[in-house]
Design a protein around this ligand. Structure first.
Ligand SMILES: Cc1cc2nc3c(=O)[nH]c(=O)nc-3n(C[C@H](O)[C@H](O)[C@H](O)COP(=O)(O)O)c2cc1C
Length: 190
């Protein structure tokens, strides 16, 4: 994937294009990311999410239940971290992101309409995510999926990207920072 004969910025563009392509391929390893946020005591929390989109201006799109801990955490501290790992390519992509909830009603509705069948269960449990229950079956009651549910969309604007590709001959590590809408990239020592 990364190539030392191409410029750092070309490599950045290819990595982002690769991540973007994963949103249309359920089997792509970059379809899943690990998102880390911090709580009110600055303790980090990590969990996996499905990547739904990567916009032209480099914002990751994720869906979740608005009652989930991550939502409260990102409202408290919008600085998040995202990690991708591609085992075949031996490629790790680590990002710093600026997190926020998407509030535009029309946009939210268009995302909500993409959720099909049992997928809605991720946003409609009667008991809020994280509630203590005596038996797992007690989490199997769901509201109908309508506009009053807890479906929410999170955006993660990429502000820094560090990619590490392990190789037999040499490892490649690239660091890109986005400031005032412009990327600057350089190779760094792995
Ligand atoms: C492969 C995989 C994909 C997941 N995708 C999502 C997702 O897209 N959105 C989501 O809210 N939770 C997803 N989850 C569940 C989260 O990892 C997490 O357990 C849940 O959202 C509660 O997180 P929180 O309490 O830290 O907010 C996924 C879990 C796995 C294992």
């Amino acid at each position: 994937m990364m190539n030392s004969h191409r410029s750092p910025d070309q490599n950045r563009q290819e990595i982002l294009a690769y991540i973007r392509a994963s949103c249309r391929d359920a089997a792509h390893p970059f379809r899943y990311l690990t998102l880390s946020t911090t709580d009110q005591l600055s303790r980090p929390h990590s969990r996996m999410l499905v990547l739904r989109d990567l916009s032209a201006d480099d914002a990751l799109l994720m869906f979740t239940d608005s009652r989930a801990a991550k939502v409260e955490q990102l409202e408290l501290n919008p600085n998040g971290a995202v990690l991708f790992w591609h085992p075949e390519q031996q490629l790790q992509v680590s990002m710093r992101v600026q997190l926020g909830r998407i509030t535009d009603a029309a946009l939210l509705e268009s995302y909500r309409s993409q959720i099909k069948g049992r997928g809605a269960r991720s946003y409609t449990s009667i008991q809020p995510p994280g509630t203590i229950i005596a038996q797992p079956e007690q989490a199997q009651e769901f509201y109908a999926f309508d506009e009053n549910n807890y479906f929410s969309a999170i955006s993660g604007e990429i502000v820094e990207l560090v990619a590490l590709q392990l190789g037999d001959v040499m490892h490649l590590r690239l660091r890109c920072v986005k400031e005032s809408g412009r990327w600057s990239c350089s190779w760094i020592v792995p």
